[in-house]
Design a protein around this ligand. Structure first.
Ligand code: FES
Ligand code: FES
Length: 158
């Protein structure tokens, strides 16, 4: 059995050595906010946070996550209590189809922890590993800047 800490909860799971973290999160735990697209580390859509830092879950073995804290979009906020970054993306229309959005929001959380007041170009650089097939980039950047305003100069709380 492999022990994983996911969204502040401990799981004990039967995991095969070849299984990726993305597959375990999506298929075994039904965390459907973990979006797989390219499956080879090129688009960023499967991004989750591991000990607070973005990782590409499609090219990471699930076993490598043992002893780490994994956060997916399901662990960030809820319908009744959205995270300020989620609120900002809604207010600024920072998505179209929404497929890339969970990964981008999680990378944004990390960005605003290390750089609470990024410039637009710093946002673009921080999110450069994410491909948005809808081309919503300018609204995504506005959403991140709005989130930065909402959160202020403090650290992201949740
Ligand atoms: S699905 Fe993981 S980087 Fe594209
Ligand atoms: S909003 Fe559709 S892929 Fe980004």
């Amino acid at each position: 059995m492999t022990k994983l800490n996911i969204n502040h909860r401990e799981y004990e799971l039967e995991i095969e050595p070849h299984e990726t973290l993305a597959d375990v999160l999506y298929k075994k735990l039904n965390l459907i906010g973990v979006r797989q697209s390219c499956g080879k580390g090129e688009c960023g859509s499967c991004t989750v946070l591991m000990d607070g830092k973005p990782v590409l879950s499609c090219i990471m073995l699930a076993m490598q996550a043992e002893g780490k804290e994994i956060l997916t979009i399901e662990g960030l906020g809820s319908h009744d209590n959205l995270h300020p970054i989620q609120e900002a993306f809604i207010e600024e229309h920072g998505f179209q189809c929404g497929f890339c959005t969970p990964g981008i929001i999680l990378s944004t959380k990390n960005l605003l922890e290390v750089n609470p007041r990024p410039s637009a170009s710093e946002v673009g650089e921080a999110l450069s590993g994410h491909i948005c097939r809808c081309g919503a980039y300018s609204k995504i950047i506005n959403s991140v800047l709005k989130a930065s305003e909402k959160i202020g100069d403090g650290h992201v709380e949740k």
